[in-house]
Each structure stands twice: as structure tokens, then as C-alpha cells.
Design a protein. Structure first.
Length: 592
């Protein structure tokens, strides 16, 4: 009986007491949820410590906002940043700072989104407003709380409790990353951030300028478009991170930065899309995609311009985000089609575009307030992704440049090479000898020209056919090449005729060399089925000594004259019985 009564009284007393205790604990937790103890806090994003709500229709005063924080429906921050979307109603935020020390503590409060238009902060200590700080990119730069890329101010916080109320109004993305830092920690973070951005911008700027130089010299569009793409992105990044506006934002109006940000955003997107089209040559195998890319780079900017004329920032901003999204998707799509078409570098391009797409998507969603938390990592993901993409695209362009250079070398080789004998042709002979000839003129050195002609070559063609005639030409060319000295320049002059340019060689020396070549060819036997046919040549020589004997110095035109003299000597050698050499302007000849 006694036990049952005890249980009854226990239930009556304990259950309400339990409810009261749980309620008190809940109240304590609620109170502590938006309270920051400065004794244990040096720096960091404080989104989790923030309570917030959004205005309905009319602008609230501080007193009205305080009442709503006390009695209204409020929300608590769930991540490092408060992200509410684009074109939303103004937001009020509140958090509490507790200074349990005996002295004042110096802290910097920053909202690290530079495009927020109007920001008001009230510091309330012992129920009195001790400071009201206004800022945002709607104010001229010299009227902002401190000369900084973001809205920021520094404050000495007195002992006790300081309540902080912030009102943010913007037409752009309502991304509100509030960061509280001791002043010394904030300075260190600024320096670190500057180095990080310096490295990223340095890489992209260097790549952009290098490819711009290439474009100036070789006039291939992809190099110029790649350069514009990177330069556009760097400038856009400098803009939306607030760094550009520390230099160029006087009082251009409250939405100057918003318009500039979205204009630069589409500029680099357009350049990037046309770069990809040109590099991958999508018009050859993905005509519909290529036309769609071209149209979207015209239609969306036109729509944004119309929005600018009618001062419709939200409309133009939505179009800019659509183009940015299309940019990401189309880059990947073009890489996929290029891979399907087995285009060179498609794998590298697809890897770079997918990586950049992921990073851009993360940053865009974070800024827009969807799915992804807004913090240092998500905000800078776009720069990291773009830098990675820029390096891979630069690799593609470098390899393409190397291949183009190799193609050019090969083309020049074939343009200067006789395809049958693999000796130089006339053009190749002229290209190679011209700088050597100029040096000979300048240094007044000796030079000799030898013209060789295969004897009775027409009979070989008529008797055995052109295929055998080609074989004879190839083997004679091989004999000439093997018997010539290292510095001699050999070429097929035309038909069965060959030419040798012998620099630093007098007529006497050239005569011995030419005779050696004649003897090597004379020993040549070309096998035709079971028959061996012999081949002989006649040679005509002319040299710079002929000019010296006539008292005429060598000139740029002397080479052609020397070749004519060698041709006349060759004619004399053939007319005198063939298989011999003759020196121009000399009465003697050597005969086998």
C-alpha cells in the first residue's frame, strides 16, 4: 500500500519535473545554438550559429526584426553559409558573441560575397546599439566600412554579450557566407588567399599569353579563342571574387558589379564554346550540335542585352546562368561526339571538360543556394577546375602545334624532295643552296657546280620500259649520294639529269671528285631479269674560278650563270663521246 502510494506521488512529481528539465535543456541548447564564445573561437565561418528569416513584403526596422527573432518563426543555419537562391526577399540574421575576458577583443566580421547590394549590421551591447555599419556593392567603394573586396569591418568587442543583427538585400544570388576572425588571423588568411589566387591566375594568364603569341604568328583561330577564353575567365573570376572592384568600382550605380559579373560570365563562355568548336572541328561530324552551339552564343547574349536595355537584372541573370549551364553541358557533349568520331585528343578534351563541368556545377549550385553548401572549397572549385582544364587544353594545343609543325616539315620535305630518287628536287636545291651561296659570296670562297646526265637513257626506257628506267634513276641517284662528300648538295635536276653543288671546292678539287663519281656510276650494273645493263654518265663542271678569271665578282645571280656554264660543259662532254667530264672554259677534258 505504501509502495503504491509512493509510486503514485513519484509519478505526479517526477513526470512534470522531467518535462520542465527537458524543456529547460532544450531552451539552453536553443540559446547556445546561436551563441559564439570568443574565448574558444579564433576564426571561421559561423553559418551554423546564425538564426535567420526573410522579409515578407515591407522593409523592417531593427526593432521589428528583434521582435520577430523573439516571437516569430525563424530558421537556424545548417551549413557554413546561408544560401537562399536568386532574386529572393531580403534576409535578416542574428547571432550572439560572448566575451568573458576582462578586456576588449579585436575581431573582423566579413560577408564573403562581393555582389550583395545592401548590407546593414547592428551591434547591440546591453540592449543598446553601439554601432551601425552599412555597406555592400550598392555603395561607392570609398564609402564602405573598410577598403576590402568583401563587405567587412573590424570591431573591438567589449566584455559581456554582444548581439549582432544583419540585414542583406540583393537582386543577385543570396549567398551569405558570414566569417568571424580575430584580426591577425584574418590578415594571415588574406595573404594565403592572395597566394592561392596568384598561382591559379598566374598559370592561366601565362597559358593565355603564350597561346595569344602563337595565334599572332601562326593565325590559327583555336589559339586565339583559347587565349580569349582564359583571359575572359580570369577577368570574370577577379570580378565575382570582388578583387577587380577594389580598383574599378567608383559610384557606377548599385548594380554595376552584378551587370559586370554576368557580362564577363557569358564572355568567357562564348569564347570557350567557339574554341571547342574550332579545336574539335564539330561541323564535320556533329553539324546539328555545332549549329546549336553557334545559335546559343547569339540568342542568349541578345536576350541579356534586351534585359539590360529594360533594366531587368533578374531576367538577364537567369539567362547568364542558363548559358553557363549550357556551356558546361555542351563542352562535355562536344567532347563525347569528338571521341565518338575518333578525333585526336578527344579523350584528353573530354577528361578536362568533365572535370571543369563538375567544378563549375559545384560552384554554381553553391552560389545559387541549391544542394551544395557554400564555403571556401565550393566557392573556389570553379577556379581549380578551370585551371586543371586550362592545363589539359594547353597540352592538346601544344601537341597540335607540334603535329602541325611536323606536318609542315613533312610537307616542306616532300615539296623539296624528288619522290622517285629521294634526292632534292629543283626547289629543294634552291632552298638549301641559297644561304650557302650567300655565305660564299660574303667570304669570297670557291664553289663548283657539276651537272650529270645518264648516257643513252632514252634507249633504256625504249628497250626496257619506264619501270626499268626508274630503277636506273634510283640506283644512279644512290651512287651519287654515296660518293658525294658530306657538305655537297645533290639534286635531281630533271629527267635523267642530276646536279651537285660543291661548296669550298676549287675546279681542280671538283674535277677529281666528279671523276670519282663518274667511275662509281660506270661500275654500276642494273639487273633486269637475268640481264645486267651498264650505265655511264657525262659530267659538266663550272666554278667560281671562271668568274675570277674574267675579273667578275660573284653575285646572287652568278649561281644561275654558273649552272648555265656547267650545262654547256655537259653538252660538250656528251657531244665529245659521252662517259666523260668537261670543265667549262677549259680546253682539256678527261675521258675514260
Amino acid at each position: 500500500m505504501i509502495n503504491s502510494k509512493c509510486k503514485h506521488y513519484f509519478n505526479i512529481c517526477f513526470i512534470p519535473l522531467s518535462v520542465i528539465i527537458l524543456f529547460a535543456i532544450s531552451a539552453i541548447n536553443t540559446t547556445q545554438a546561436n551563441t559564439i564564445d570568443l574565448a574558444q573561437f579564433e576564426e571561421g565561418a559561423i553559418g551554423h550559429s546564425i538564426e535567420y528569416f526573410q522579409e515578407k513584403e515591407i522593409k523592417l526596422s531593427l526593432t521589428e526584426a528583434q521582435a520577430l527573432f523573439t516571437n516569430g518563426v525563424i530558421k537556424s543555419g545548417q551549413s557554413d553559409s546561408i544560401s537562399l537562391g536568386i532574386g529572393v526577399a531580403p534576409a535578416w540574421m542574428k547571432f550572439t558573441l560572448v566575451n568573458n575576458s576582462m578586456g576588449q577583443l579585436n575581431y573582423r566580421l566579413a560577408i564573403e560575397t562581393p555582389w550583395l547590394d545592401y548590407i546593414d549590421t547592428w551591434l547591440v551591447h546591453e540592449e543598446k546599439v553601439v554601432r551601425h555599419i552599412v555597406g555592400g556593392d550598392g555603395y561607392p567603394f570609398n564609402q564602405r566600412p573598410m577598403p576590402y573586396k568583401f563587405y567587412a569591418f573590424e570591431q573591438s568587442l567589449p566584455p559581456g554579450i554582444t548581439e549582432v543583427y544583419i540585414r542583406v538585400e540583393t537582386k543577385g544570388p543570396m549567398a551569405i557566407p558570414v566569417r568571424l576572425s580575430r584580426v591577425d588571423k584574418a590578415i594571415i588568411r588574406d595573404i594565403t588567399s592572395a597566394y592561392q589566387y596568384g598561382v591559379l591566375y598566374g598559370i592561366m594568364s601565362a597559358l593565355a599569353l603564350y597561346n595569344l603569341v602563337l595565334f599572332v604568328f601562326i593565325r590559327q583561330k583555336e589559339y586565339g579563342l583559347y587565349s580569349l577564353y582564359l583571359i575572359g575567365f580570369v577577368i570574370n573570376s577577379l570580378s565575382y571574387t570582388g578583387q577587380l572592384h577594389t580598383l574599378i568600382t567608383p559610384d557606377y550605380g548599385p548594380y554595376f558589379q552584378d551587370w559586370l559579373d554576368i557580362s564577363l560570365m557569358i564572355t568567357y563562355s562564348i569564347a570557350g564554346l567557339h574554341f571547342a568548336r574550332t579545336l574539335l572541328q564539330t561541323s564535320q561530324y556533329a553539324a546539328k550540335l555545332d549549329r546549336f552551339v553557334s545559335k546559343i552564343t547569339i540568342v542568349i547574349p541578345t536576350g541579356m542585352f534586351i534585359g539590360f536595355i529594360f533594366n531587368q537584372l533578374f531576367f538577364s541573370m537567369i539567362l547568364a546562368f542558363i548559358l553557363n549551364t549550357c556551356f558546361v553541358i555542351l563542352f562535355v557533349a562536344m567532347g563525347f561526339f569528338a571521341l565518338k568520331a575518333k578525333k585526336p585528343f578527344a579523350v584528353i578534351f573530354l577528361l578536362s571538360s568533365v572535370t571543369a563541368a563538375i567544378c563549375i556545377t559545384i560552384s554554381t549550385l553553391a552560389v545559387a543556394g541549391f544542394l551544395v553548401p557554400y564555403n571556401d572549397y565550393t566557392f573556389k572549385a570553379i577556379e581549380v577546375g578551370m585551371a586543371f582544364e586550362a592545363i589539359l587544353l594547353a597540352v592538346i594545343l601544344a601537341r597540335q602545334f607540334r603535329l602541325a609543325k611536323m606536318d609542315k616539315i613533312i610537307a616542306e620535305h616532300y615539296a623539296c624532295t624528288d619522290t622517285l630518287t629521294q634526292l632534292n628536287n629543283r626547289r629543294g636545291f634552291q632552298v638549301i643552296t641559297q644561304p650557302v651561296w650567300q655565305n660564299i659570296i660574303r667570304e669570297r670562297r670557291d664553289v663548283t657546280i657539276a651537272l650529270l646526265d645518264i648516257d643513252f637513257f632514252k634507249n633504256i626506257n625504249d628497250q626496257y620500259g619506264h619501270q626499268i628506267g626508274d630503277k636506273v634513276l634510283q640506283q644512279v641517284a644512290q651512287c651519287i649520294s654515296n660518293a658525294s662528300r658530306k657538305g655537297d648538295i645533290c639534286a635531281r635536276w630533271g629527267g635523267e639529269e642530276f646536279i651537285i653543288f660543291l661548296p669550298e671546292t676549287s675546279l681542280t678539287q671538283a674535277t677529281k671528285q666528279a671523276e670519282r663519281i663518274r667511275q662509281v656510276i660506270e661500275q654500276l650494273e642494273v639487273q633486269i631479269d637475268n640481264t645486267l645493263i651498264s650505265v655511264t654518265t657525262s659530267i659538266g663542271l663550272a666554278g667560281s674560278e671562271n668568274n675570277k678569271l674574267n675579273g667578275a665578282p660573284l653575285t646572287l645571280d652568278s649561281l644561275e650563270s654558273m649552272i648555265n656554264h656547267a650545262d654547256n660543259a655537259l653538252y660538250y662532254a656528251k657531244d665529245s663521246g659521252k662517259n666523260q667530264l668537261h670543265v667549262a672554259n677549259h680546253q682539256s677534258s678527261q675521258q675514260s
